[in-house]
Design a protein around this ligand. Structure first.
Ligand code: ZN
Length: 177
């Protein structure tokens, strides 16, 4: 499959009226998920420079095609995805602060020479609770979403328009990294 065939398929796909994530409600233009894609067509050596440590490093110039695929989505699924996104942000922040607090606590106890077994058990239990909390929020994003009939946002990569590009050697993202 060459690039133009893929792009023709893509254009055919943008006419989709049903939401890809619940497969029952109508997709709206504002709720569509935009997936930027690119394919590197050529990599050439463009020069070289000396690093701080005195080694010679080369620079490369990438030539690439880029395209965006709009995955059809409905308003309800957009709301679900937003909620799930907020949940995972909270899980990340919560996990970070819990580890920070417990770390400071353990450090303080160790420095003051007050570490004893009951306290240590308390710490282990608290840490497990923190991990469980993060687990619950991650579960919320995947399983709970699907139970309400909305596939997780990561399923955008299974959309035929995206899948056919991936199969043709395209990658997610607007440019080579
Ligand atoms: Zn939907």
């Amino acid at each position: 499959m060459n690039a133009s065939t893929v792009l023709d398929n893509l254009i055919a796909n943008t006419g989709e009226k049903t939401c890809w994530f619940c497969k029952k409600r109508s997709a709206t233009k504002e709720a569509a998920v935009t997936v930027p894609m690119h394919r590197t067509t050529n990599v050439s050596r463009s020069g070289q420079y000396r690093t701080k440590t005195g080694r010679t490093a080369r620079t490369y110039t990438y030539t690439y095609n880029s395209a965006t695929v709009d995955v059809p989505r409905c308003q309800d699924c957009m709301r679900e995805h937003k909620k799930a996104g907020t949940a995972s942000t909270l899980a990340g922040l919560g996990g970070f602060f819990l580890i920070l607090i417990f770390g400071t606590w353990v450090g303080g106890l160790m420095l003051s020479g007050l570490v004893d077994y009951p306290r240590l058990y308390g710490l282990v239990i608290s840490f497990c609770v923190a991990c469980a909390w993060v687990g619950v929020l991650v579960w919320h994003e995947t399983w709970a979403l699907e139970r309400r009939g909305t596939a997780p946002l990561s399923k955008k990569l299974d959309y035929p328009g995206v899948k056919s590009l991936l199969a043709a050697g395209w990658k997610e993202g607007s440019k080579p990294r």
